[in-house]
Write a protein that binds this ligand. Structure first.
Ligand code: DX5
Ligand code: ZN
Length: 219
């Protein structure tokens, strides 16, 4: 199995010092998870394209952009153009996920499909060959600092079975409430990419927190 990816979420960082906060995990993290919220798809507002464009020059970390927005077709390709490594949008917000995934890949990014807490995964498993990442929310999307929902691991396990059976080359990512107490369960269920906001930026030493998380996930 490929080694686990840890993606600190800058949602839990100090937004007045984004460049420094990104650099604080640069040597330890695999990706930097960037949560884009529009106060429509979710009842919260964060950052958008101009901030991501500026931040791109401030760190060498690959950006894992998580779009929690309506109308991803309008905005997602801009993040690919801005140099995002992976651009993930929500299946609940898209009427043609496969077509948008194609556009993202054509723009030079990996394409990710996100599934929120109340969305079953089975209807979408057949779309996975068009994607590089499947992001399974382990909370309801919208806010950091929420409690991990263990029942979501059934979706992770179902996705892992499907990925294995189809020999698909993709990451299964979990997002929400991931920390030292929950990452092992998520890894056991089949996740191999782990978003962590509070568990990284709430720690005394964010880089060390990333290394510890990866260590647990790799066991
Ligand atoms: C919430 C975001 C998450 C958030 C996770 O909708 O998608 O990425 O930052 O935060 P923690 O790790 O604190 O649950
Ligand atoms: Zn996220």
């Amino acid at each position: 199995a490929p080694s686990p990816v840890v993606a600190p979420s800058i949602l839990a960082a100090d937004f007045a010092r984004l460049a420094e906060e990104a650099r604080a995990v640069e040597d330890a993290a695999d990706w930097l998870h960037v949560d884009v919220m529009d106060n429509h798809f979710v009842p919260n507002l964060t950052i958008g394209l101009p901030v991501v464009q500026s931040l791109r020059a401030a760190t060498t970390l690959p950006f894992d952009v998580h779009l929690m927005i309506e109308d991803p077709r309008r905005w997602a390709p801009g993040y690919a153009d801005a140099g995002a490594y992976n651009v993930t949008f929500h299946v609940e917000a898209s009427d043609n996920p496969v077509s948008l995934a194609k556009d993202l890949r054509a723009a030079g990014a990996k394409a990710g499909l996100a599934v929120d807490r109340d969305t079953p995964i089975e209807p979408y498993l057949d779309l996975l060959p068009s994607f590089d990442t499947l992001l399974i929310m382990t909370i309801k999307a919208g806010f950091g600092g929420q409690k991990f929902i263990p029942a979501m691991l059934d979706k992770v396990a179902a996705a892992r079975r499907h990925v294995k059976a189809g020999h698909l080359e993709m990451r299964i990512e979990v997002d929400g409430g991931i920390g030292e107490d929950t990452i092992a369960q998520a890894a056991a269920a089949g996740a191999d990419a782990f978003v962590a906001g509070t568990a990284v930026y709430g720690a005394q030493d964010p880089a060390e927190a990333v290394r510890r998380l990866r260590g647990i996930a790799a066991r």
